[in-house]
Design a protein around this ligand. Sequence first.
Ligand SMILES: [Zn+2]
Ligand SMILES: [Zn+2]
Length: 183
Amino acid sequence: MSEVSQAGWKKCSACKKNIDFESVYYVCNVSTCNRKRTGLQFCGVSCWEVHLPVARHRESWAEDRRSPSRAEAARQAAAEASGEAPPRKPRRIIADKPASAARSVTASPSGMSAQSAAPEEVLIVASRLKEYVRASAGYKTSERVLGPLSDIVREVAEEAIRNARADGRMTVLDRDIPKSFRR
Ligand SMILES: [Zn+2]
Ligand SMILES: [Zn+2]
């Protein structure tokens, strides 16, 4: 499983396509899907969705990760072989993210600690979005739109949170969504 193949880093657990070195892949947030023996990894969120009916998680989401370089992978494999504990903390890196102007605008100066801990995951259900674009225009959708779209959702959510807070509520309601985004 941890063997470093020539073609890529690891194979997607769903479609078996190679996940390249130093590229974005997805894991399940549920710890049992990340045990060393299970070790599920997916090339895209739509592949992550494939395991859901089997896994029956109560609550789950896909987290994006970045695969190691070939050299890093070899080093990790060597460390594991020598019985050394591999680095514990999974790094959560969003790749190729342009220095996010949007986020710095929405970041609240009041510095809620919960906010800075908010995860930066893909919030868009890839399969639904793809279906929508296909139905609407007959076009395909690149996996790479999920990140920027998630940023937009986060930004709107942050504004809705501020509106709820201004209203003294701890529940975000539909009316907290900025008017320009409501139909
Ligand atoms: Zn896949
Ligand atoms: Zn899972």
